[in-house]
Ligand binder design. Structure first.
Ligand code: C2E
Ligand code: CA
Length: 272
């Protein structure tokens, strides 16, 4: 652990596992939800759950400042239950507005190594009377997603339950064709850096076009993260990208803003 601590920033070092455990007990964590859109129909297809910590003493703390501490300290185990219970319970409220939505949750490698992960997911789905297809698990394409982890059975169990698994931040990491095929992923999410630099160099557009083609060749739809401009949205749509997410559509929203937002979008779709 001390070895890992070397890679934490000074801000992260100041956060302790005890502080995070207390914050969890005190309900200081919440989820914001960022909609994912169908680029062809301009309809919301699902929402991605993004964790937020509003600490009374520190103020708003971005996830990248506390998630590494959660992971390294083992406190993340307590969060896994909270993650599935809270996001699936929130989803039941959203389904009253749009019945075909799903919620996507980000899973880190250490969560995939938890023995009772599958049990936690099953119980949370049952408690909320939800079908497994309403949930999506996002795995970050990373070096740690080793063949050993791929064969530990958890991902097979998740696949058996028919929970869709998407590959997050695609293009920034280490996925090989073999690994992608082995994972049987249901969606490729192109890393937002590719969207941000789309028009910096024609080569970047070739790379994004190839990722879209790769996803389709593997039978998976492709989503572009981080769409901020009309030009990016138009290019991606014209080049066959299926789905999009980003500030151009909407930021991640707390439930009290997401509910009226979704209600309005559903009404607009009905009027079309
Ligand atoms: P991610 O999964 O790649 O999530 C996308 C990040 O990009 C989010 O940042 C989102 O707010 C941001 N984003 C979305 N659209 C745009 C855009 O158009 N432009 C720009 N510049 N950014 C955009 P956020 O919420 O700060 O989350 C950062 C990372 O923290 C996430 O990256 C994810 O890896 C991690 N994270 C968040 N919640 C959880 C969680 O519950 N569990 C785990 N394990 N990781 C989480
Ligand atoms: Ca994600």
């Amino acid at each position: 652990m001390s070895f890992l601590k070397k890679f934490l920033s000074p801000k992260q070092k100041a956060i302790t596992a005890e502080e995070l455990s207390t914050a969890l007990k005190n309900n200081e964590f919440t989820f914001y939800y960022q909609p994912e859109w169908d680029l062809k129909t301009n309809r919301v297809i699902g929402v991605e759950a993004l964790m937020r910590w509003e600490s009374p003493s520190r103020g708003f703390v971005p996830p990248m400042d506390f998630i590494p501490i959660l992971e390294q300290s083992g406190v993340i185990h307590k969060f896994t239950k909270f993650l599935f219970n809270q996001t699936l319970s929130d989803l039941t409220k959203l389904l009253e507005i749009q019945p075909d939505l799903f919620v996507a949750v980000n899973l880190s490698i250490c969560q995939l190594q938890e023995n009772d992960l599958v049990d936690i997911i099953k119980k949370a789905l049952e408690a909320n009377h939800l079908d497994a297809s309403r949930l999506e698990c996002e795995l970050t394409e990373s070096q740690e997603l080793t063949d050993e982890l791929l064969s530990n059975g958890v991902l097979d169990e998740i696949a058996k339950m028919k929970i869709p698994v998407s590959m997050d931040d695609f293009g920034s990491g280490y996925s090989s064709y073999a690994r992608l095929k082995r994972l049987n992923i249901s969606k490729l999410k192109i890393d937002l850096e590719f969207t941000r630099t789309l028009f910096d160099d024609p080569k970047n557009q070739s790379v994004v076009a190839s990722i879209i083609q790769l996803g389709h060749d593997l039978g998976s739809p492709v989503l572009a993260e981080g769409i901020e401009t009309t030009e990016q949205q138009t290019w991606l749509k014209e080049n066959g990208c299926d789905y999009g997410q980003g500030y151009w559509f909407s930021r991640a929203l707390p439930m009290k803003q997401l509910i009226p937002f979704l209600t309005q979008k559903c009404q607009e779709m009905k009027q079309k």
